[in-house]
Design a protein around this ligand. Structure first.
Ligand code: 2HG
Ligand code: ZN
Length: 466
């Protein structure tokens, strides 16, 4: 419960209607897509300017109140969860286009802008914002930056980080920083902008972002291929990416396809069943590219890697094929899955896949395991489905044990315990498998520099300052 005097001061900053204290609002704003924690913030604030954000942070420092920055709350790691009486600062109202520069091809937007609106804005200007994933309809650009969101086009366009040309942030200490100011070249010492990208709200609140846009792609073709086994997926990737500039290379298992077709009513890509499917996309720039793709397809079939395949013949067919991959995550929520979001270097993927496959078969013999992910980026989303007979807590306890083994395997392969969803609350116990003790100590020092009192998103990514 917040003291009456603090409530009054918060109202003085944001105005009465922008301070939410009702149970429904506290529940709604205190959680992301995870289901493991009970939301319990003490208040939700909806600031309308950078100055208001700064005033909130200063007040929070004065009274030692924890602050959780909140975007579209589509996160999968508990990074935006407020479970301990924190103040949630939701960026929803900072959602407009502040500046557009056609010469630089940059747009400056409020952090609360929905990703799909940014994509639409770019399109209206004849440009393109290439970071794309299933939750673009509700995720916000500030949250994407705070988690360095990836998605389905990383193989060609990289992560959110590549598209951030400038940031305006309020640090945990209450200072306003304008970082990089849209410059393409700027070698003036440490690039603090990059510290905030992927910091999961632990260093500051991202209020505004200058985003680089690019030229739109040509019409793209999509292929879905039925693949004989795990190793063959990598052979197929090697063959296609040697000669074709791929904009996506995704994969999913037969179980994933079964679930998504049964629950969403999407038609199967073809009759032949295969243990795995690869979905690849490329710009259909000439007849020659299409012919080359077909020739590579033939080679893959002759080599026994590919069992069947389909090439989109229209934009609507391409978009329907994409649904088979993009709708998997949402479909699987039905089973309250235990998620893994792991990566290794693409070159180590075949070996790693073999070992992780063995580990999963040994450790989860009774659980249904669904494989999918951005295989072209070395990123696997291994989802373990909860059997109906197990309570969530019991199921989670069993999976947690296996996570340590996966962590050890990742350490061996020098991989990452979080390829794109971030660490949040969910993966902080496994961070040490990917980061050395020296790196963790350095991260804590950086946190102290920007947030001396540790008020910003405490307990996320790593625990207390030590
Ligand atoms: C995807 O690639 C998302 O579909 C979600 O990153 C992955 O839900 C997941 O495990
Ligand atoms: Zn993903």
């Amino acid at each position: 419960m917040l003291a009456e005097t603090i409530i009054k001061q918060l109202v003085a900053i944001v105005g009465e209607p922008r301070l939410l204290l009702g149970d429904d609002d506290l529940k709604r704003f205190g959680i992301d897509r995870t289901t493991l924690w009970t939301p319990a913030p003490s208040a939700v604030l909806l600031p309308g300017s950078v100055a208001e954000v700064q005033a909130i942070v200063r007040l929070a420092n004065e009274h030692n109140l924890a602050v959780v920055p909140s975007g579209g709350r589509t996160g999968l790691s508990g990074g935006a969860v407020a479970k301990d009486g924190e103040l949630v600062v939701a960026m929803d109202r900072l959602n407009s286009v502040l500046d557009f520069n056609p010469m630089d091809r940059t747009v400056t937007v409020g952090a609360g802008m929905i990703t799909a609106q940014l994509q639409d804005f770019a399109e209206q200007q004849g440009l393109f914002y290439p970071v794309d994933f299933a939750s673009t309809g509700s995720s916000q650009i500030g949250g994407n930056i705070a988690t360095n969101a990836g998605g389905i086009k990383v193989i060609k366009y990289g992560m959110t980080r590549n598209w951030v040309a400038g940031l305006k942030v309020v640090t945990g200490n209450g200072d306003v920083l304008e970082l990089n100011k849209g410059l393409a070249k700027n070698n003036t010492g440490y690039d603090l902008r990059h510290l905030f990208i992927g910091s999961e709200g632990t260093l500051g609140l991202i209020c505004e972002a200058t985003i680089q846009l690019t030229r739109p792609p040509l019409e793209s073709s999509v292929m879905v291929l039925g693949v004989a086994d795990f190793p063959a997926i990598m052979d197929v990737l090697r063959c296609f990416s040697t000669d074709i500039d791929l904009s996506a290379f995704e994969f999913f298992s037969q179980q994933a396809l079964e679930k998504v077709t049964a629950h969403r009513g999407h038609p199967k890509p073809f009759e032949t069943e295969a243990p795995f499917y690869a979905l690849l996309e490329f710009e259909n720039s000439s007849e020659a590219v299409l012919e080359q793709a077909m020739a590579i397809f033939e080679t893959c079939v002759e080599s026994g890697w590919v069992l069947d395949g389909v090439l989109s013949q229209s934009l609507s067919q391409a978009s329907n094929l994409w649904k088979l991959r993009e709708d998997i995550s949402e479909t699987l929520w039905h089973w309250k899955p235990y998620k893994n979001d792991i990566s290794v270097r693409v070159s180590r993927m075949p070996e790693f896949l073999r070992e992780v496959d063995e580990l999963v078969a040994r450790q989860y013999p009774d659980f249904e395991v669904v494989w999918y992910g951005h295989i072209g980026d070395g990123n696997l989303h291994l989802n373990i489905l909860k059997p109906e007979t197990l309570e969530v807590a019991q199921f989670h306890a069993k999976c947690v044990n296996v996570s340590s083994e996966i962590g050890q395997l990742l350490a061996k392969y020098e991989g990452s315990v979080s390829a794109e969803h971030g660490v949040g609350l969910l993966k902080k116990d496994y961070l040490h498998y990917s980061r050395s003790a020296e790196e963790m100590a350095m991260m804590r020092s950086i946190k102290r520099a920007f947030d001396a009192n540790g008020i910003l998103n405490p307990g996320k990514v790593f625990d207390e300052l030590s």
